[in-house]
Design a binder for this molecule. Structure first.
Ligand code: FAD
Ligand code: NAP
Length: 331
């Protein structure tokens, strides 16, 4: 006779083995500064949070070297070290940090269902979404080759390393215009590489960038390659591609900044959670509350404007406090 035959329950027309179902009060999805900070606060509030790290344990900062603008590190710190410290701090207070990816969700009931790795089901009273955003890249091989050696997707983060040097920014939107004018304050010269003959940026940003003397706009140019021995030393561009005036040129630069947009990692939640047209999760202003009671969003996944480690950590803290208040009212 089988005493412990695992029960099977039906969920979204899928059979789920009951051994693979777990209940938790607070589930955190994502292990960047937002997720780990939420875990620190939620653990200290005795919510016993479970955190799933996703594929990139530690988040975007694990792809960078020095972080010099996070408060509290007078000598700077490497991104991977900072994220390891945040993880340890969350574990110190009891956060249960696990490797796994949220592959689907069902937020249609009071208890929120999150499937991990298409296998395990977590039933949570509150969920904090901290899945970040991913910078878009052009898709050329040399971007990968020079990652962290002259290629960056964050001028605020890395511009300082290029003081007095020549750099290029790719893109024609508000981010590109903003990053070009920011870098112009630090660098000798900034090329703005724009693929069309117009900028998509707002009139105000256009005015700013067009009137910054050390920004040179390369209209109708596209980047085909980067070159250099120990890091970026220049870029090969194609002008007016596919026209009779097509021309290949080379520019000498030390830094190459991508500003062609970001993709928030929100796809898995979109059926239930409201986003803007780009995919950033909408939150009630001044809070981390989403349109679904009990689901909160923190960090870059809900932030089209700042996208900094410290703002991500700040909203991670807010999400844990919002979740704690929600859970105390749920009792
Ligand atoms: P992220 O750091 O993006 O982390 C997202 C997390 O979610 C990851 O752990 C990922 O694995 C996880 N995840 C995604 N999808 C899923 C899923 N389906 N299931 C489970 N988990 C999932 N900011 C600064 O303030 N200073 C700097 O110097 C600086 N330098 C930077 C350098 C580089 C190269 C880059 C790319 C960014 C830099 N930034 C810097 C920006 C900063 O990294 C981000 O603002 C910050 O990491 C955002 O934190 P986050 O927690 O929202 O998300
Ligand atoms: P965006 O508005 O989508 O602009 C992306 C830019 O990159 C466009 O100019 C686009 O060119 C270009 N681009 C895309 N793919 C490219 C490629 N493969 N090669 C070359 N160029 C490419 O993105 P964003 O600038 O990050 O802005 C996102 C949102 O945030 C916008 O709503 C923006 O207004 C807002 N924002 C506001 C501020 C502010 O108000 N201060 C600051 C930053 C961002 P095309 O124009 O040819 O498509």
């Amino acid at each position: 006779m089988e005493f412990f035959k695992p029960m099977e329950i039906k969920y979204d027309s899928k059979q789920v083995n009951i051994e693979n179902i777990e209940k938790t009060r607070c589930l955190i999805i994502g292990s960047g500064p937002a997720g780990y900070t939420a875990a620190i606060y939620a653990s200290r509030a005795n919510l016993k949070p479970v955190l799933y790290t996703g594929l990139q344990m530690g988040g975007q900062l694990t792809t960078t070297t020095e972080v010099e603008n996070y408060p509290g590190y007078p000598d700077g710190i490497t991104g991977p070290q900072m994220m390891e410290d945040l993880k340890k701090q969350a574990e110190r207070f009891g956060a249960d940090i696990r490797f796994g990816i949220a592959t689907s969700v069902d937020f249609s009931h009071k208890t929120h269902k999150v499937t991990i790795d298409d296998d395990k089901v977590i039933l949570a009273d509150a969920v904090i979404i901290a899945t970040g955003a991913t910078a878009k890249y052009l898709g050329i091989e040399s971007e990968v080759k020079y990652a962290g050696m002259g290629v960056s997707a964050c001028a605020t983060c890395d511009g300082f390393f290029y003081r007095g040097k020549d750099v290029a920014v790719v893109g024609g939107g508000d981010t590109a215009a903003e990053e070009a004018t920011y870098l112009a304050g630090l660098c000798r010269k900034v090329y703005l590489i724009v693929r069309r003959d117009v900028l998509r940026a707002s009139k105000a940003m256009q005015h700013k960038v067009l009137n910054t003397p050390n920004v040179e706009i390369l209209w109708e140019h596209q980047t085909i390659d980067l070159f250099g021995d120990d890091g970026v030393e220049g870029a090969t561009l194609i002008k007016k591609s596919g026209t009779p005036e097509e021309e290949v040129i080379k520019i000498k630069i030390d830094g190459f900044f991508l500003a062609i947009g970001h993709s928030p990692n929100s796809d898995v939640f979109k059926k239930f959670i409201e986003t803007d047209e780009v995919g950033y999760i909408k939150t009630i202003p001044g809070t981390t509350k989403t349109n679904v009671p009990g689901d909160f969003a923190a960090g870059d996944v809900q932030d089209p404007h700042y996208r900094q480690a410290v703002t991500a950590a700040g909203t991670g803290c807010m999400a844990a406090i919002d979740a704690e208040r929600y859970l105390s009212e749920l009792k």
